[in-house]
Design a protein around this ligand. Structure first.
Ligand SMILES: [Zn+2]
Length: 335
């Protein structure tokens, strides 16, 4: 259970709360139970540090987390399961849908899709209440170094376009959103499937400024393409995104439960370094005990970075409300 300490509470109260409206939407959050997943092997953890973070977070745990970390907010969510190979996606999708249906006023859900599934699965899922899909590069045979179409076939795109659903897209390839092939494919999808509500996750995985500077300008005029802030902690990237895309196209997402990790992230060139006090096999690069004692949640670090970016872009509370609420409410048809 999440238990914020006095420093966390001070940060929320003094630095975050003054910038948050009462109602917010978290557009990128994962729930799931441990028994939906097979164990994750050390080889797989070596592929991505995120795989070692506990994935087990029930609907109830998530609500308790919001109550502790955002106690003054009414949080609605766009939620999905964990798109990992080890997870039984049928079971996990069913769990997500059950919870979303039981809490209709507070939740929209996306179905995690596998590329080998027939497009009719998307039709049935949306008929049952899903708002759209969450495909993922991990399901492509060649994993991250692949084309978007390897894990999101055109048949799925055509179906989603016909139904006007939401696409939460995690980009493949080492070059992230700056990769020319990603830019080409994203532009193609944007033009060919105009009814899809397209959200590019993690600001296109531009966790560092050089990636954002190369990767975001090609989409400056793609006004129907949105970018979420999930698990991105970089003030400069957010400021660049706000200035390049405008405040109407950036959506707040937490990527919980990953951002329950405590620590800071440093950005050097196009590399980011995670610092945390967490007990992970990859956590060898530590700061002093004194610095670690000041750590707060990555979730708070993300919000602080957004707030700093809004300020340095010369924007204010109105733009902040768009980012944390209005933009996503519009996409989900809530306003
Ligand atoms: Zn995520």
């Amino acid at each position: 259970m999440v238990q914020p300490n006095s420093n966390d509470r001070r940060i929320y109260k003094e630095e975050i709360l003054p910038w948050l409206p009462k109602k917010i939407i978290d557009c990128h959050v994962h729930i799931g139970l441990e028994d939906h997943s097979d164990p994750i092997s050390p080889e797989r953890i070596a592929e991505s540090w995120t795989l070692e973070i506990k994935s087990d977070m029930s609907w109830e745990d998530l609500q308790a987390t919001y109550r502790e970390l955002l106690p003054e907010q009414k949080v609605s969510i766009l939620v999905f399961g964990h798109p990992r190979r080890e997870v039984d996606q049928i079971q996990s999708n069913r769990y997500v849908m059950d919870k979303a249906l039981q809490n209709k006023s507070a939740a929209h859900a996306l179905v995690v899709t596998k590329p080998e599934w027939d497009a009719s699965v998307i039709e049935s899922a949306m008929f049952c209440g899903f708002a759209g899909i969450k495909p993922y590069p991990d399901f492509a045979p060649q994993n991250l170094e692949c084309s978007i179409y390897d894990f999101l076939p055109k048949s799925h795109l055509a179906m989603l376009n016909r139904l006007g659903g939401v696409l939460m897209l995690h980009l493949p390839r080492r070059g992230r959103i700056a990769d020319p092939e990603n830019i080409r494919e994203l532009t193609e999808i944007y033009n060919d499937y105009p009814n899809i509500k397209m959200v590019v996750a993690h600001i296109g995985r531009a966790y560092c400024l050089p990636t954002a500077e190369e990767g975001l300008p090609p989409f400056a005029d793609c006004t129907r393409m949105y970018f979420d802030t999930a698990a991105n902690l970089n003030t400069d990237v957010f400021q660049f995104a706000l200035e390049t895309l405008g405040p109407d196209r950036v959506l707040f997402g937490t990527d919980l439960p990953i951002t329950l990790m405590r620590g800071v992230r440093e950005h050097v060139g196009d590399k980011y370094i995670n610092f945390t006090d967490g007990d992970y096999s990859w956590n060898k690069n530590r700061k002093s005990a004194e610095e670690e004692s000041e750590y707060t949640y990555y979730l708070y670090e993300e919000l602080l970075a957004i707030i700093r970016a809004v300020k340095s872009a010369g924007m204010g509370h109105e733009e902040m409300e768009k980012i944390v609420y209005r933009n996503c409410a519009r996409i989900l048809g809530e306003s």
